[in-house]
Structures are given as C-alpha cells and as structure tokens.
Ligand binder design. Structure first.
Ligand code: FNR
Length: 343
C-alpha cells in the first residue's frame, strides 16, 4: 500500500465518520454554572494566547491531518490559506511520507508557501531520527514540532508498527536536539497524567491530549482492514474532557485540548478545564471537503467570534481566565474522576 493512498483513505473515512456516528461526547458532561451578573464587555476580551514560549492570536489551531498525495496536497493548501485568513495556527499531517520519498515534498511545502508568516507545526512520529526531524522542520520552516503518539492506530493498521519501546527515548532525543518547541500529541485516544508527567521530564513544551470523542482511528483503520478486525478497540482511551481533568493542572507543562471539538462551547469547556489552547481536525476537514475553502474560513471566523462572545458572558477576559469559571462535571465524566481520584 502506497502511503499516499492511505492518506486519501484517512480523509475519506474521517469525513464519512462525521455523519455515521452520534455526535455526543463527554464534553456534554461539562456544564457552566450560569452567573447572570458575571458578564463583562466584549471589548475587554482578548483571545491572545501564550503558553510554553508560543504566542498565538487565538487559542484555536487546525490540528494535524494530511499530505503525501495530490489530493491531500490540495487540502493542505486550503488549510494553510484558511489559517492565514483567520490568524490561527495550523499543523501539517505526518511528514513520514515526505521523509520516505522527497517527491511528495510539495504536498506539505505548499502550507508555508500559502502562509508565509503564519504559525506552522510540522508533524512527525516518535520513531523519526533526529536528522529527519530536522528535515521535516526545514521543509516547512516550522515554528513548532508535533510528535504524534498513535499506538492503537498502529496496532489496528495491518501495515502498522508493532514496536513501541523506543518512543519515549526518541522523543527525549528529538526534544534535546531541535531548537523549536516540541508538542507531543495523541491522535484520539488521550494522554494520561502519568504520560504527561513523563513528557514534562524530558522538556516537551506542551502536551496535546488528543482524546476520544471525535475522529476515531480505531474505527478508521478497522474500516480499511479485511482480516481479523480489531473493532473491540473502538472505545479505547480517555475522552478529551477526561484527559483535561486528569492533566489540566499539572505545573510547568501546558496542556492542549483536541479530539471531538464540535463547536465554540467545547473550546470554552476545554479552556475552563485547564487547556491552554484547543485544536480541531475532523469537523474542520468536513467543512472544507463538503462545503469548500470559503466555508472553512467562515466557520473559523464564526468560532472565534462566538468564543469571544461566550467568554464575555462568563467574565473571562483571556483564555487563561476561563480556567477560573464555575463548571459542573456530571455523568460518565464524573465517574471517571471518582475512579481516578481526581478532586
Ligand atoms: C488526523 N490526525 C493526525 N494526527 C497526527 O498527529 N498526524 C497525522 O498525520 C494525522 N492524520 C490525520 C488525518 C485525518 C484525516 C484526520 C481527521 C486526523 C489526528 C488529528 O490530529 C486529531 O488528533 C484527531 O483527529 C482528533 O481530533 P478531531 O478530529 O476529533 O478534531
């Protein structure tokens, strides 16, 4: 199987998934206590975001998706243009296709060409050599490096990796060797408190919890298999809200939220649970693929505007101030907190 074909499959199956499944997720177990006099003035709200040495105009980013084939190159071009037009940060998909075959370089490089001054994150896996990590950064003139953790996806993928023992040391080596911030992310199964503490130990700038509740790579890879399916893993992992409760207040390592972000309320909920910024993939991809690039720009602008509107109601002048809001945690999410002994 050519890597490029796999990337096309991922896009198709991720967009199909948006329609096939119940849209509810554990963010629904997070409710704000309404304080009718907490509101401030919209003009006092700023979306400026700072964490781990990174400065963004908004606490929202387009998270890693694609590249490596002609079609995914066009998607990357449109994602980069949308990021440029709205001022949000954007990540490439995994650069492993480029590191194996330079002929697909343009399908990633187009993101920098279209967004010369924007904040771009280059995405690699945890088996990448230091030299290749540098090649990935150089191709994009990247502002930060994302390293993805995807053990469940690899396991369900027939052609996937089966050796994971070197990943942590490799993250340590790459983090020590590169001179831009390193963000380690899951791809939809979540990071535990223990994992984030390990990442802090090796100097990672931020941990993106990439939790369950949105795009599900167990289901996507099960959909690509024709033998011995692993559908019993479809529900594996912690939801994004659960991860934030588990990890959101660990000192000295900012935590980012992604996985199952559906609308601005999920962004504010994530900020309230301690996320420094919030990433979305599947929903934004669906908008782009089904409604076109102008619709993606409109959606991002609407999300930013509505995010500021909800912050105004809550009395949060900055994304960081959302963490002081009054939230209630109920349902399955509350059971998770009890089982994990989180206060
Ligand atoms: C992804 N994701 C992803 N992540 C990563 O680190 N490297 C990658 O190459 C990819 N590829 C990829 C392709 C497609 C089509 C999608 C939709 C997603 C995972 C992504 O960054 C994110 O962690 C998950 O999709 C969960 O977020 P959403 O989709 O629920 O918002």
């Amino acid at each position: 199987m050519m890597i490029g074909n796999r990337k096309d499959d991922h896009v198709r199956l991720a967009v199909e998934q948006l329609h096939g499944k119940d849209a509810s997720n554990e963010f629904d177990d997070v409710t704000f206590v309404h304080h009718a006099l907490a509101g401030i003035d919209r003009s006092d709200v700023s979306l400026n975001t700072t964490f781990g040495g990174i400065h963004w105009r908004a606490p929202l980013y387009i998270n890693a998706m694609t590249g490596g084939s002609a079609g995914t190159g066009r998607i990357n071009r449109d994602l980069a243009i949308a990021a440029r037009e709205t001022g949000v940060a954007v990540a490439t998909g995994s650069l492993s296709a480029y590191l194996a075959d330079e002929s697909v370089a343009d399908t990633y490089r187009v993101m920098r060409e279209e967004n010369p001054d924007g904040f771009i994150m280059a995405n690699i896996n945890a088996t990448t050599s230091v030299d290749n990590a540098r090649r990935a950064i150089d191709l994009l003139r990247a502002d930060a490096l994302q390293i993805h953790l995807n053990v469940i996806q690899e396991t369900v993928m027939p052609e996937g990796d089966r050796s994971f023992s070197t990943w942590f040391r490799q993250i340590e080596r790459i983090t020590a060797a590169v001179d831009i911030p390193v963000i380690v992310k899951e791809v939809g199964f979540g990071l535990s408190r223990e994992t984030v503490l390990s990442l802090r130990q090796v100097g990672v700038a931020a941990a993106d919890v990439g939790g369950r509740g949105g795009t599900n790579f167990a289901i996507i890879e099960n959909g690509r298999r024709d033998t011995a399916d692993y559908s019993f893993l479809d529900g594996w992992g912690q939801s994004t809200a659960a991860c934030l409760l588990d990890c959101g207040r660990i000192p000295d390592i900012p935590v980012l939220a992604s996985g199952g972000i559906r609308h601005p309320l999920d962004i504010v909920r994530s900020l309230a649970l301690g996320a420094a910024a919030v990433g979305a993939s599947g929903r934004l991809l669906g908008t782009l693929v089904e409604q076109g690039p102008a619709a993606l720009v409109a959606r991002l602008n609407t999300w930013l505007d509505q995010l500021a509107a909800v912050m105004t109601v809550l009395g949060a002048r900055t994304p960081a101030e959302c963490a002081h809001c009054d939230v209630l945690v109920t349902g399955n999410l509350r059971s998770f907190c009890e089982a994990r002994e989180i206060d």
